[in-house]
Design a protein around this ligand. Structure first.
Ligand code: NAP
Ligand code: HSE
Length: 431
């Protein structure tokens, strides 16, 4: 501890859902945190877009500014927390703080997934920590376990539910509620991103998948390398058909290490109703980590919202403050080596395909032949309706993603197929 003074000055960029909760906790729990950690965390400056906006915390008005540069440059700020979101200006502010030798804590998965490799390298050069526990899984400790506790494990797979907003929407839709109402509620509860398109399109989960894959496999996987699909085109009838077939629909992030390289992907998928992920409801996140020595670990808990996320940020703040006071920084926590990124097209998946077809003899044979030409074999078929038209629900056996896609395009071109109404991947129990 420097001269026995336990004070660490904190500057906070953003005081919305996460930042506002963080400020309130830092102010209200200051003594309790000092009693437990010996560290006196002192909020020195806060940047927001609109200083006149009413806030759920009480700090002297002169601490709040609309100039985030003042927070980074303030000599009394020894540690910068970035919870404003987005790549810019958050990225340049984080960059400036690290350049100035100030530790940074961020919850910004979009920024870390896009620019994490260079920011982590900069933090290493400047000898300061860059911590981002809150960037994945909200209140669930997942970054530190992956980067530190499991640093000695040869992780094979990380898979689970990593977006609270979409899991909340899927839960509500499964209960019979409307997509738009469920999204509005998720926003009101503080689960959604400032622009919720990032949630429903799968982009937020893809950024998290990139971070998880990078930490799990030690090869940097940028967000550009993660193909993603969201729930924005998912229809309620497919949730219902999935249930009829014994599945639940979840938005999954799946990262694997294969002989061809590291592969991370995000998409909605049907999972067997008995699988633990099928019963994960509302904004809860749940992430399985699989490795040869630990077998399977499950991390689950509140994946979004101000309180759980601020708890994760606070843990990082205490960790970084401890290093500042000790004058001993562990940076970086993990190093990345070059590695191959495997093409998703080569990954074997099973598909559910819903077709609107003419109900006449020979239709099924034509469809089966189209799948067969792409070496995709059909596991099961159900027919709904009869007469002028029918709905076919098909589940295929596992085949390369690229073949599944080509097979569906061949089926779409058949005269007897009125439309390919929906496709979903089907993930097996070993998700
Ligand atoms: P939010 O409620 O929209 O808060 C953003 C804050 O940043 C607001 O206080 C806003 O000011 C301020 N801000 C934005 N742009 C600014 C600028 N150019 N200059 C100064 N201040 C600016 O967002 P949030 O939900 O707290 O999310 C913040 C970050 O945490 C994001 O990176 C998000 O991905 C991440 N995160 C969120 C959650 C969650 O559950 N919400 C969970 C994990 C991670 P005003 O208040 O004046 O508008
Ligand atoms: N919008 C994000 C989600 C916040 O819903 O999961 C947590 O990262």
């Amino acid at each position: 501890m420097r001269n026995g003074d336990p004070t660490v000055g904190i500057g906070i960029l953003g005081a919305g859902t996460v930042g506002g909760t963080l400020v309130r906790r830092l102010v209200d729990d200051r003594e309790a945190i000092q009693a437990k950690t010996g560290i006196d965390l002192h909020v020195r400056r806060i940047a927001v877009r609109d200083p006149a906006k009413p806030r759920a915390f009480h700090v002297p008005a002169e601490l709040v500014t609309d100039d985030p540069g003042l927070v980074v440059d303030d000599p009394d700020v020894q540690l910068v927390v970035e919870v404003m979101g987005g790549k810019d200006p958050a990225g340049s502010l984080v960059h400036a703080a690290l350049e100035a030798g100030k530790p940074v804590v961020t919850a910004n998965k979009e920024l870390i997934a896009a620019h994490g490799a260079e920011l982590i390298a900069l933090a290493e050069r400047r000898g300061v920590p860059l911590l981002f526990e809150a960037a994945v899984g909200g209140g669930i400790p997942i970054i530190r376990p992956l980067a530190e506790t499991l640093a000695g494990e040869q992780i094979e797979r990380v898979a689970g539910i990593v977006n609270g907003t979409t899991n909340y929407i899927l839960t509500r839709m499964g209960d019979g509620d409307d997509y738009a109402d469920a999204l509005a509620e998720a926003q009101a509860l503080g689960y959604a991103e400032p622009d919720p398109t990032a949630d429903v399109s799968g982009a937020d989960a893809a950024a998290k998948a990139a971070i998880l894959a990078s930490l799990a496999f030690g090869t940097w996987v940028g967000s550009d390398a993660v193909p993603f699909e969201g729930i924005d085109r998912l229809r309620r009838e497919d949730i219902e058909f999935a249930r009829f077939l014994g599945y639940e629909v979840k938005l999954l992030a799946i990262a694997t290490r294969t002989a061809a390289g590291v592969c991370a992907r995000v998409h909605p998928a049907m999972i067997p109703a008995g699988h633990p992920l099928a019963s994960i409801r509302a904004a809860t996140n749940a992430i399985f980590i699989t490795g040869p020595s630990v077998d399977e670990l499950l991390f689950a808990g509140p994946g979004a919202g101000g309180e759980p996320t601020a708890t994760a940020v606070l843990g990082d703040v205490i960790d970084a403050a401890r290093e500042i006071l000790a004058g001993a920084v562990v940076a970086p926590r993990i190093r990345f080596s070059p590695g191959e990124i495997a093409d998703f097209g080569g990954v074997a998946t099973k598909w559910y395909v819903r077709l609107e077809v003419e109900d006449e003899p020979g239709v099924l044979a034509q469809i089966a032949a189209a799948f067969g030409e792409e070496q995709v074999s059909i596991k099961s078929v159900w027919q709904e309706g009869e007469g002028s038209g029918a709905t076919l629900l098909i589940i295929t056996h596992r085949a390369a993603e690229a073949r599944q896609r080509s097979a569906v395009e061949s089926v779409r071109a058949l005269d007897v197929v009125r439309s390919v109404a929906a496709t979903l991947r089907v993930e097996s129990p070993e998700v």
